[in-house]
Design a protein around this ligand. Structure first.
Ligand code: 13P
Ligand code: SF4
Length: 302
């Protein structure tokens, strides 16, 4: 029996579903039941009737799955798969800021811990951040933790006063204009698509800015044949599958090491042992569920 067959067998035994983020390695993407962006993964986690969710991604994603499906067992195959940007904003740091600005709405990017979500008015993903902020009645918004995504949202809402938390995603923040210009010179016909976690200078250079799933829609509907992909390198694998015949050029330095921790062997081990399991207190689940559900009500993203 090969690894893929073993995974299928274990999945049936465990009544498990495998969810994987678009930045997972190609082998992991290939054995997942669903591959997508943070918004799509949250929706799948909330709607699945499986008994076990094996989450191939990073800590905050598996926590969101647990919050949305508290009665299910949620397993993160590699407990060290943690998002450094999420760690840049803790509940202890956010609580005094919330107290200082009682009239402001706290909008928490899903790349946050459950404890930070519990302090927020609403969550957002990169796919719906512009829409979610627009729906908030408050003029002042405390946006955590990604200063780049927050600054991008500010462009669409000049009427809002967005207070930017100083967090960032190292993988996207390090993509730079000079590097992109060099790739553009080699591929003059290629369209440049970038993630809104990139810096404002990189966003200014782009033909298209969206979440990872938004990039698939753009690649499929655009007349262009070649695309420079300004996000994590393995996004090009998903794009290649979804838009066959088109060419996707990665930014080779844009690797998220935490997304790469999950391997086929850690996935098999997770299915065999149903661990490491995500556990959260009922109080945190209750408090963090409200802003996540409010995000879902506000609607789908781009
Ligand atoms: P999306 O897939 O939602 O665009 O998120 C990107 C990301 O960096 C997740 O960690
Ligand atoms: Fe976190 Fe960035 Fe990795 Fe996404 S790509 S998990 S935001 S470090």
């Amino acid at each position: 029996m090969n690894a893929a067959e073993r995974i299928q067998e274990l999945k049936a035994q465990r009544k498990a579903v495998i969810l994987a983020h678009n930045y997972q390695s190609p082998e992991v993407q290939d054995v997942a039941d669903y591959v997508g962006d943070s918004l799509g993964l949250s929706q799948k986690a909330a709607s699945t009737d499986a008994e076990v969710i094996i989450f191939c991604g990073v800590d905050f994603m598996a926590e969101s799955a647990k919050i949305l499906s508290p009665d299910k067992k949620v397993v993160l195959p590699e407990s060290d798969a943690m998002c450094p940007m999420s760690a840049m904003c803790t509940d202890l740091e956010l609580a005094p800021v919330k107290e200082k600005y009682p009239e402001a709405a706290i909008v928490a990017y899903v790349n946050t811990s459950a404890a930070v979500k519990a302090l927020a008015d609403v969550c957002c993903t990169s796919a719906n951040a512009v829409r979610v902020v627009g729906k908030m009645p408050q003029k002042r918004i405390i946006f955590v933790p990604d200063r780049n995504l927050g600054a991008y949202v500010q462009r669409f809402h000049p009427d809002k006063e967005i207070l930017l938390w100083p967090g960032f995603c190292p993988t996207h923040h390090d993509i730079d204009v000079q590097q992109l210009n060099e790739i553009k010179r080699k591929h003059p016909k290629a369209k440049l698509m970038v993630h809104p976690e990139c810096t404002p200078e990189v966003i200014d250079l782009a033909d298209h800015v969206s979440s990872t799933e938004g990039m698939i829609k753009y690649a499929k509907t655009s007349d262009a044949q070649e695309f420079i992909v300004g996000t994590e390198v393995d996004m090009t694998y998903r794009l290649g599958k979804e838009a066959p015949g088109k060419t996707f050029i990665p930014v080779p330095t844009a690797v998220c090491p935490n997304m790469k921790r999950t391997t086929i062997s850690s996935l098999i081990k997770a299915l065999e042992t149903l661990s490491p399991e995500i556990t959260l207190s009922p109080e945190i689940i209750e408090a963090a569920r409200r802003p996540l559900e409010r995000m879902m009500e506000i609607g789908r993203g781009d």
